[in-house]
Ligand binder design. Structure first.
Ligand code: ADP
Ligand code: ZN
Length: 661
C-alpha cells in the first residue's frame, strides 16, 4: 500500500478541511487546536488529543474521516467503550449526511450483516465498535480485507484514558488495542481523551504504542462554567433555592455519594415538581438505560446520580451540575462538573460542602483496605480538593493550577480565539502561577468573600480538645466540643465534669455555625483528626504550631444567600444573543422551532440536540431568515440539514412571525 503520510494527495486533503467544516457541519470556524489536529490527521499523521469535555473532540476524527473517505481511502474505525451511546452518535452523523454505523450486541444479526456488507464495500465513512468486538477474529478478518484493498483509512480511539489503570474508567479490553497498530502499521491513528493528568497520558502513549504520535494539548479551562462552592447549612434547602432560582426547567445532574441518597434525593425533587430520575450502579441495567435515554432525549430532566453516571454523555445542554457530597478529589470534581455546558453557553458547577463531608471523606480513606502508599496519595488528593473548597480566591485559577496550567485571566484564554496550545501539564505540580488572577466567573471572583481572623478561636478549640484528653482520657465529638466552648450546659457536660474546665464558655461570643466553620477548617487543614465510630476529635501533630500562634487561620464569613440571579436558560439565551433579550416575536419563534424540533427528534428516534442545538435554534429565532441562503449562514446548519429541513424551518419561522388568523 502507498505511504499515505507522504503521498501528495494527502496534503491536498489537509487544504480542504475548512470547506468541509462549512459544508458538512455548518460551523463557521475551527475551535482552538481543531484545525491543526484535523490537518495533521488528514495528512496521515498519528495524534494524541487531550482536550477538555466540550472542546470538540469528535470533529477531530470525524472531519478527517470524511475527507479521507471522499479521497477514496475508505472507512474510519472508531473505538469506543460506550455501546449505549453509539446509536445516537451514529444518528448524529447520519443527520449530517455522513454514512456511519455501529456494530455491537444491541443489533439483530441481519442488521449486523447488512452493516458488514456496507463496510466491506467501502461505503461506510465511520464505523463505531467496542474494543472487545474489534478484537474478535471475525472482526479482524474484515479489517484485514479492507486493509488489503487500501480501504482502512484511520483508527480513532475515543476515551483513550480507558487504557490506564490509574483512573477509574479502566477497561481491560483497551489493552488489546495495540494489536491494531501491529497489524495495520501504516494506518494512521488518533487517540482522544478529556483526562488531563500526566500519568494517564504516559499510560496511553505506552500502552497504545503512540510514542510517535503528535500530542495536542488544549487548555483545560472551561470559561462558560461558573464555579460555586457554598457552606453546607441545610443542603436540601440550598439545592432547592439554587435550582428554583437559577435553573427552573433546565437539564442538570445532581451528584450524591451513596445509592440511598441518590434515591431519596430524586424522590424528594419529584415532590417539588421537578422531573428527577435516579441513576446508580445498583439499579437494573434496563432501568439505567431507560433513565439515561430520557435524560438525553427529553428537555429539562434532572439526573440524580452517583459517579457511575456520566462518562461519554455528550448531551450539550446540561445547564448545571450540583454536588450534594464532596467528590473524592479534584480530578473527580473537574470531570463531573465538566459535563455541564458542552455547548459553550453559560452553565453552573455548584457544590455544598460542610464539616461532615470532610470527616466522611477522610474516614473512607482511613477505613479502606488499600495499602499505605495508596492511602497517602488519596489523602494528598483530598487535601487539594479541601483547599479548593476553603479557598477565598479564584476557584478557576486554583483548579487549573492543580493540573499544572497557569491561568492568565479571562482575556488570555478566550472563547473566541480558542485555548492556546501548550506543553503537557504536570499533574499535582500545584504551581501558584495564575493564583491571584480573577476569572470573573466563579463565586469568589463575583462576590469576594469577607474573611475573619479565626486564629484565636482555633487555639481555643484546640486547647479544649487537649483538655478533654487530659481530663477525661478520651476524645469527644464536634457537638460536645462546641457546647463546652460556648458554655452550654448539658447532661454530658455535667456527667464528664467539663463545666469546670478552663475552656468552658471561652467561646460564647461565636455562634454554633461559626464554631463549625472553625472546626471544618481545622479538619480540612489536617490540624485535627477524627477517630472511631463516634468521630471523636484528636489533635494532629501540626496542631502544636497553631496552638503556639504560629499559623494564622482565616475563615470566610458565612454569607447571606445570594440574591436571585437570572435563570440558567435565560442566562444561556442572553449569552447567545450578545446580551440582548429576545424580543417577544423572537421568543415565539424560538418556542415554535423547539416544538418542531421535538417532533422531528421523536420521528427519527434521536435526542433533540442531534437535530439542532438550542444555540442554533436561538440564532434562527433571532435572525428570522426568510430564504435558504440566509438560513445556511446560521452556525450548525450544514448542507444536508439545510436540504432536509430548510423549507420546514422557514415555514415555522413564517408562521410564528405572522399574526395568527
Ligand atoms: P467533546 O467530545 O470534546 O466533549 P464534542 O465533540 O461533543 O466535545 O463537541 C462539543 C460540542 O461543540 C458539540 O455539540 C459540537 O457540535 C460543538 N462543536 C465542536 N466543534 C465546533 C466548532 N468548530 N464550531 C462550533 N461548534 C462546535
Ligand atoms: Zn474566579
Amino acid at each position: 500500500m502507498a505511504d499515505v503520510a507522504n503521498a501528495p494527495p494527502a496534503v491536498a486533503l489537509a487544504d480542504a478541511t475548512l470547506p468541509l467544516l462549512h459544508e458538512v457541519f455548518g460551523y463557521e470556524a475551527f475551535r482552538g487546536p481543531q484545525r491543526s489536529i484535523v490537518e495533521h490527521v488528514c495528512a496521515g499523521g498519528d495524534a494524541l488529543v487531550l482536550m477538555p469535555t466540550g472542546g470538540g473532540k469528535s470533529l477531530c476524527y470525524q472531519l478527517p474521516a470524511i475527507a479521507r473517505h471522499r479521497a477514496g481511502r475508505g472507512v474510519t474505525l472508531v473505538v469506543s467503550p460506550l455501546i449505549a451511546l453509539m446509536h445516537d452518535q451514529v444518528g448524529a452523523l447520519e443527520e449530517l449526511g455522513v454514512h456511519a454505523a455501529f456494530l455491537n450486541s444491541t443489533l439483530e444479526s441481519d442488521e449486523a450483516r447488512q452493516i458488514e456488507r456496507e463496510l466491506l464495500a467501502g461505503r461506510l465513512v465511520l464505523l463505531y465498535a467496542a474494543p472487545e468486538r474489534i478484537l474478535t477474529p471475525r472482526f479482524l478478518a474484515m479489517l484485514d480485507s479492507l486493509h488489503e484493498r487500501g480501504l482502512l483509512s484511520l483508527v480513532a480511539i475515543d476515551e483513550a484514558h480507558c487504557v490506564s489503570q490509574w483512573g477509574h474508567d479502566f477497561r481491560e479490553e483497551y489493552l488489546g488495542l495495540s494489536q491494531l497498530h501491529e497489524r495495520f502499521a501504516d494506518v494512521p491513528r488518533i487517540a482522544l481523551t478529556a483526562t488531563a493528568d500526566a500519568h494517564t497520558r504516559a499510560d496511553i502513549v505506552q500502552r497504545l504504542a503512540l510514542a510517535g504520535a503528535r500530542p495536542f494539548v488544549s487548555s483545560f479551562d472551561r470559561p462558560n462554567i461558573r464555579y460555586t462552592i457554598v457552606e453546607k447549612d441545610d443542603a436540601r434547602a440550598q439545592l432547592r433555592r439554587f435550582m428554583e432560582d437559577e435553573h427552573a426547567g433546565d437539564a442538570g445532574i445532581v451528584y450524591c455519594q451513596s445509592r440511598k441518597k441518590v434515591e431519596e434525593t430524586a424522590a424528594w425533587l419529584c415532590t417539588l415538581g421537578i422531573d428527577a430520575l435516579p441513576y446508580h450502579a445498583g439499579l437494573d441495567a434496563s432501568v439505567r438505560r431507560q433513565h439515561q435515554d430520557r435524560f438525553l432525549r427529553e428537555d429539562g430532566i434532572v439526573m440524580v446520580a452517583t459517579i457511575a453516571f456520566g462518562m461519554g454523555i455528550d448531551k450539550p445542554d446540561v445547564r448545571f451540575v450540583a454536588h450534594l457530597d464532596l467528590p473524592k478529589n479534584i480530578e473527580g470534581y473537574y470531570q463531573e462538573t465538566g459535563r455541564a455546558g458542552r455547548d459553550g453557553a453559560p452553565a453552573d458547577a455548584w457544590m455544598t460542602y460542610g464539616l461532615a463531608d470532610v470527616v466522611n471523606q477522610r474516614r473512607m480513606i482511613d477505613d479502606s483496605v488499600a495499602g499505605d502508599d495508596f492511602k497517602r496519595i488519596q489523602r494528598g488528593k483530598l487535601d487539594a480538593l479541601l483547599a479548593l473548597a476553603e479557598s477565598h480566591d479564584c476557584r478557576r485559577a486554583r483548579l487549573l493550577a492543580y493540573f499544572g496550567e497557569p491561568y492568565g485571566g479571562p482575556d488570555v484564554v478566550s472563547d473566541a480565539q480558542g485555548p492556546p496550545l501548550r506543553a503537557a501539564p504536570a499533574r499535582g505540580a500545584a504551581s501558584e502561577a495564575g493564583v491571584g488572577v480573577r476569572c470573573g466567573n466563579c463565586d469568589n471572583c463575583l462576590n469576594p468573600p469577607r474573611t475573619w481572623d479565626a486564629t484565636e478561636a482555633a487555639r481555643k478549640a484546640l486547647s479544649c480538645i487537649y483538655r478533654f484528653g487530659q481530663h477525661s482520657g478520651i476524645g469527644f465529638g464536634v457537638g460536645h466540643l462546641i457546647d463546652v466552648l460556648r458554655g452550654k450546659r448539658s447532661d454530658k457536660t455535667a456527667q464528664h465534669g467539663h463545666e469546670t474546665l478552663s475552656t468552658f464558655g471561652v467561646g460564647a461570643e461565636l455562634s454554633e455555625a461559626q464554631w463549625r466553620g472553625v472546626l471544618r477548617q481545622l479538619l480540612a487543614l489536617g490540624h485535627v483528626r477524627t477517630e472511631g465510630e463516634f468521630n471523636t476529635l484528636q489533635l494532629a501533630a501540626s496542631a502544636r504550631a497553631v496552638l503556639r500562634g504560629e499559623v494564622a487561620i482565616v475563615l470566610r464569613e458565612a454569607r447571606a444567600p445570594t440574591p436571585k440571579r437570572r435563570r440558567g436558560y435565560a442566562r444561556a439565551r442572553d449569552a447567545v444573543l450578545a446580551d440582548r433579550a429576545l424580543s417577544e416575536a423572537a421568543e415565539a419563534r424560538f418556542l415554535a422551532l423547539r416544538q418542531w424540533r421535538s417532533a422531528v427528534a421523536r420521528e427519527h428516534n434521536l435526542p433533540a440536540y442531534v437535530v439542532f442545538h438550542d444555540t442554533t435554534l436561538l440564532q434562527m429565532a433571532q435572525r428570522a431568515p426568510a430564504t435558504l441562503d440566509t438560513l445556511a449562514l446560521v452556525s450548525g446548519v450544514g448542507a444536508k440539514k439545510l436540504d432536509a429541513y430548510g423549507e420546514a424551518i422557514l415555514r415555522v419561522l413564517r408562521e410564528a412571525t405572522e399574526p395568527a388568523g
